[in-house]
Design a binder for this molecule. Structure first.
Ligand SMILES: Cc1cc2nc3c(=O)[nH]c(=O)nc-3n(C[C@H](O)[C@H](O)[C@H](O)COP(=O)(O)O)c2cc1C
Length: 249
């Protein structure tokens, strides 16, 4: 197994970090790796905001549902979908770019670009011996996050990423077996097979939680997903995105 594959397959989210900050060289290297990701039509429709300031981290930690590792880490990044510079390009080049910028397609492109960049950053950090945890919790209250980060129109903060030196390394969470997610030639739709696969995976996950909690927890994955999905979250999102002039057309 080569080192890149070892790093990728060794991933687990880290939520306990040593009190040791990343150096500027480390931060720049992680951002350079993020930027090396592929980008739709070379659009580069994202921005990354790095947070060192403890007070700002504390505000974001609170807004993200009091997640302590948003405050206690080696560096905190926020990944944003960003079409603001493309809005400026419209003015610079005196072209009407607004229909594109406000389209669902370009919104998706910005989400995809930001996510690809983020995952490159994650793998780069992990390859440097650091740990990471994505933080979708910042979407709990984007109006306030936006005020803290001073993001303009056409910019949507998507998720944070806490990075740092691991204090504690958890076990890895078993993923769906490969044949559940990988289809060859076409989507193999067979609900009966899929349901029986889900039941098999429930056993794997249940065993995983039992081992991890000395038998206290034995959650099934389907039960976890069902209870998450029956409680819709962040339903203000459509309105927030439209208010920021994206995903309108
Ligand atoms: C976009 C995104 C947002 C996430 N948000 C949070 C979060 O707010 N808090 C948290 O503790 N973990 C968060 N996670 C981490 C997931 O819970 C984690 O990746 C998943 O449970 C699988 O565990 P693993 O990363 O250890 O394999 C997030 C992951 C992603 C990809």
């Amino acid at each position: 197994m080569n080192e890149a594959i070892h790093t990728i397959l060794n991933h687990r989210s880290i939520r306990d970090f040593q009190d040791k900050q990343l150096t500027d060289e480390q931060i720049k290297m992680i951002v350079a790796c993020a930027q090396a990701a592929s980008t739709s039509s070379f659009i580069q429709a994202y921005s990354i905001i790095g947070i060192k300031d403890k007070e700002k981290k504390a505000k974001l930690a609170h807004l993200a549902g009091d997640q302590r590792y948003v405050l206690n880490n080696g560096h905190f990044f926020v990944f944003c979908a960003d079409l603001h510079r493309h809005f400026l390009i419209g003015e610079l080049e005196q072209k009407d770019v607004m229909t594109s910028i406000e389209s669902t397609e370009k919104f998706m492109v910005a989400l995809i670009d930001a996510s690809l960049a983020a995952q490159n950053a994650a793998v780069a950090a992990e390859s440097m011996g650091l740990g990471i945890c994505y933080i979708g919790g910042i979407r709990n209250n984007l109006d306030e996050v936006k005020a803290v980060l001073k993001t303009p129109e056409f910019v949507i903060p998507l998720f944070g990423m806490a990075v740092g030196y691991p204090e504690e390394i958890n076990e890895q969470k078993p993923r769906l077996p490969l044949e559940h997610v990988y289809h060859e030639e076409e989507y193999q739709q067979n609900n009966e097979v899929q349901i029986s696969q889900l039941q098999d995976y429930d056993e794997i996950i249940s065993r995983y939680y039992q081992q991890r909690t000395n038998g206290k927890r034995g959650d099934r994955w389907t039960a976890q997903m069902a209870s998450m999905l029956e409680n819709p979250k962040r339903m203000y999102m459509k309105e927030f995105i439209e208010k920021n002039r994206m995903n309108l057309k």
